[in-house]
Write a new protein. Structure first.
Length: 121
């Protein structure tokens, strides 16, 4: 049975599954929905196979106005519990796992008074 909504009780966090392409690891993590982040996924550095090549280096503006350069990889991501997989750019170097607007724009996301977060297809 296909689920069309994920309801979580730990807002603003949602569980996601990230896979580095073409043959990188698949990681399941809790990610912070960051409505101020314009990218797809950003996460702390992880050990990747030497054969996995980055697609580039991006300059990322942080909320405090500072900038940092992050290596980016191609991948897929999905909200655990939902079937839809989205092709994403994954940047490495933030202290937390973040999902940004380029990811959440594929869903309707509702925060219910700090009690739950609903992610719908």
């Amino acid at each position: 049975m296909v689920q069309h909504a994920y309801i979580g009780t730990n807002p603003p966090y949602i569980p996601i599954r990230v896979r580095f392409l073409p043959v990188g690891p698949e990681i399941e993590v809790e990610a912070l929905i960051d409505t101020g982040f314009d990218g797809h996924i950003s996460m702390p550095s992880v050990r990747l196979p030497a054969t996995l090549q980055p697609i580039g280096v991006y300059s990322i503006a942080m909320a405090d106005g500072s900038m940092f350069r992050a290596t980016a990889y191609r991948g897929t991501a999905q909200v655990i519990g939902l079937e839809q997989r989205i092709t994403v750019n994954i940047t490495l170097g933030t202290s937390d796992v973040l999902v940004g607007r380029r990811f959440t724009d594929h869903f309707r996301v509702t925060f219910n008074h700090g009690r739950e977060v609903v992610v719908e297809l």
